[in-house]
Design a protein around this ligand. Structure first.
Ligand SMILES: [Zn+2]
Length: 170
């Protein structure tokens, strides 16, 4: 059986990258990827940049059952954790399943640590006074636009004045 090499970044599923080649004719300047949807048994072609944006290569420590989603692929219920990886989406670095609690803790840490670092760096960006000023400026702009829209809607709404228009004094 063909082993999956990729999964879709959003919808998951098993995919196999069969080949890459340069397009011909109108697609001469494009690199194309021939891939197979292993769940449906369908071969398709995508442009390389679409393939890379939509799909990701499976890593050795991605759970082989849920392919990293952490969701039970058998029942497919979003709130049910995958039974192979305990909902982590990852297995041990050697591709083996966690067999005891400390394995689960180690795997969880490899997921949490980079996420925490990323969150801290994003927080530093968000806390930057220049970013704060920009956000405040956008907020003010949104208020001005929303007020203008409301006023416009009020002017256009059917009132009791002559011609069905409200008297707005101008
Ligand atoms: Zn899993």
């Amino acid at each position: 059986m063909t082993q999956p090499t990729h999964t879709h970044r959003i919808s998951g599923g098993k995919y196999y990258e069969a080949a890459q080649h340069q397009g011909t004719g109108e697609l001469e300047n494009e690199w194309l990827v021939l891939y197979r949807d292993l769940d449906k048994g369908i071969d398709s072609i995508a442009k390389l940049h679409e393939w890379e944006a939509g799909w990701r290569r499976l890593e050795k420590d991605d759970c082989p059952l849920c392919l990293g989603s952490g969701i039970d692929p058998i029942k497919g219920v979003k709130y049910k954790p995958c039974g192979h990886c305990y909902g982590l989406g990852k297995v041990k670095g050697d591709g083996e399943q966690a067999t005891e609690q400390w394995d689960v803790a180690d795997i969880a840490l490899t997921i949490i640590t980079p996420l925490r670092e990323k969150l801290e760096s994003l927080q530093r960006i968000a806390d930057n006074p220049a970013v704060q000023a920009l956000l405040e400026q956008e907020r003010q702009q949104a208020i001005i636009e929303s007020t203008a829209r409301n006023e416009q809607a009020w002017r256009e709404s059917t009132g009791y004045g002559p011609g069905g228009q409200r008297h707005t004094g101008d």
